[in-house]
Design a binder for this molecule. Structure first.
Ligand SMILES: Cc1cc2nc3c(=O)[nH]c(=O)nc-3n(C[C@H](O)[C@H](O)[C@H](O)COP(=O)(O)OP(=O)(O)OC[C@H]3O[C@@H](n4cnc5c(N)ncnc54)[C@H](O)[C@@H]3O)c2cc1C
Length: 386
């Protein structure tokens, strides 16, 4: 068993960290305060090949394996969680779903654009379909050679900044998951209206919007994957996204710990640095240990994915534990900061707010727990429902 990253992975990890420290870190607070994604940084990331990291080279990508791509997200999240989630949605939900299900013509038309810096979005969730997206209200009807839509999509990350949207809609209402399909919709589509950015507790640099779809036509050929095959596509996209978010959580937790350590070493009370206090040391030890456990889960899930082995359960575990550790680490390290941690002047307050989202986005903790329990009980011959 070899726990080492390959030489190439180490080289990429250093490159990603360098980019994140030089380009992402300086604008992280600004991104949070202005509630807008860092457009210039994302263009620089595209120029480095980071927005098409796991896409094939022939389609404009950098052909990185999933583990290397996870190292990218981890490095971005060590500086700015919003930027990392922006890239994760763009890559794991939009780009890789196009790569998996697109026709040759669709892949050639869209993937080089995404790799080149045009953002992708993934519109699955609806106001009444969150954890359970098997019952979508958005309808797509084929008439006169084109698809016509009617519905509302909520919580669409990159919603205002994307050029391409993967939209999920019911093509056979009443059939539940067996009647859902996926479509490729351009931002310029006249029947697509993008709402205002949702005000959020954290991840304020993530551009989250509501989309309103009314009318058409979308050319028939912009169906993505088989008719009524959207549910399976969405499930596999969500598995990829869980792994990506676990890597983001790892970076967020590492950032929180680094901020806490720096503060604990500098802050003096009762005549010594608070790093000398047992209570603080316990927090640091707990967080460092939990972060390593998340790293192993992330790397193992990514390794399974790279081997072409089933990794959905490993990704759900990594996502669930990663989000918990990110939030707990941010919480403890905010406590280490005392009153300063409650001030917007200190980065830990942003990291704390950002970390809270990780227990919801990409599927809630409760749903990840259910999926793990389902797999465990399946081995015992017991079937459970969400
Ligand atoms: C920052 C952010 C970005 C997002 N980006 C996107 C995006 O780009 N595209 C997209 O399509 N969606 C996106 N989402 C939506 C996200 O996927 C949903 O918020 C999430 O799946 C939960 O759905 P919900 O919010 O409707 O909560 P609900 O499903 O209404 O859940 C409410 C509560 O009930 C619990 N619950 C629900 N069902 C069960 C169950 N069976 N057992 C136990 N507990 C249960 C949940 O865990 C939760 O605690 C985003 C969300 C956030 C917060």
């Amino acid at each position: 068993m070899d726990f080492n990253l390959s030489e190439e992975q180490q080289m990429f990890r250093d490159l990603f960290r360098d980019f994140a420290e030089k380009e992402v870190a300086p604008v992280a607070e600004h991104t949070d305060h202005t509630e807008a994604p860092p457009a210039a940084v994302l263009q620089k990331a595209a120029a480095q090949g980071f927005l098409g990291a796991p896409f094939p080279e022939a389609l404009g990508g950098a052909a990185m394996d999933q583990l290397t791509y996870c190292l990218l997200l981890e490095a971005l999240a060590q500086q700015c969680a919003s930027t990392a989630v922006t890239v994760a949605v763009h890559t794991s939900l939009a780009g890789l779903t196009l790569l998996e299900a697109g026709t040759a013509a669709q892949k050639e038309a869209y993937l080089p654009r995404l790799a080149g810096g045009e953002l992708g979005a993934f519109a699955l969730t609806e106001p009444d379909a969150g954890s359970d997206t098997s019952v979508l209200q958005t309808r797509a009807v084929l008439a006169n050679g084109g698809w016509h839509f009617d519905g509302v999509k909520s919580w669409v990350s990159n919603g205002g900044t994307a050029g391409l949207y993967l939209v999920f809609a019911a093509t056979e209402p009443g059939k539940g998951p067996a009647g859902l399909s996926a479509f490729i919709v351009e931002k310029s589509a006249p029947y697509l209206v993008v709402g205002h950015r949702e005000p959020t507790l954290g991840l304020r640099g993530l551009d989250v919007r509501t989309l309103y779809l009314e009318g058409g036509p979308l050319p028939e050929g912009e169906l993505l994957g088989p008719l009524n095959g959207g549910w399976a596509l969405a499930q596999r996209a969500q598995d990829r996204f869980k792994l990506a978010l676990a890597a983001v959580s790892l970076g967020v937790a590492e950032n929180a710990l680094a901020l806490g350590v720096r503060f604990a070493v500098e802050r003096k009370q009762f005549g010594t640095a608070i790093a000398q206090k047992g209570a603080i040391q316990t927090y640091l030890a707990d967080c460092a240990t939990e972060i390593e456990s998340v790293r192993h889960l992330v790397h193992h899930a990514a390794w399974l994915a790279d081997q072409g082995q089933p990794y959905a359960r490993a990704a759900a575990m990594a996502k669930y534990l990663g989000a918990r550790v990110a939030k707990d680490t941010a919480n403890k390290m905010l406590q280490v900061h005392g009153g300063y941690g409650f001030s917007d002047e200190y980065a830990i307050s942003r990291v704390y707010r950002d970390s809270r989202a990780l227990k919801i986005v990409g599927g809630t903790d409760e749903v990840q727990r259910f999926l793990v329990a389902q797999a465990v009980l399946q081995e015992a011959g017991v079937a459970i429902q969400p």
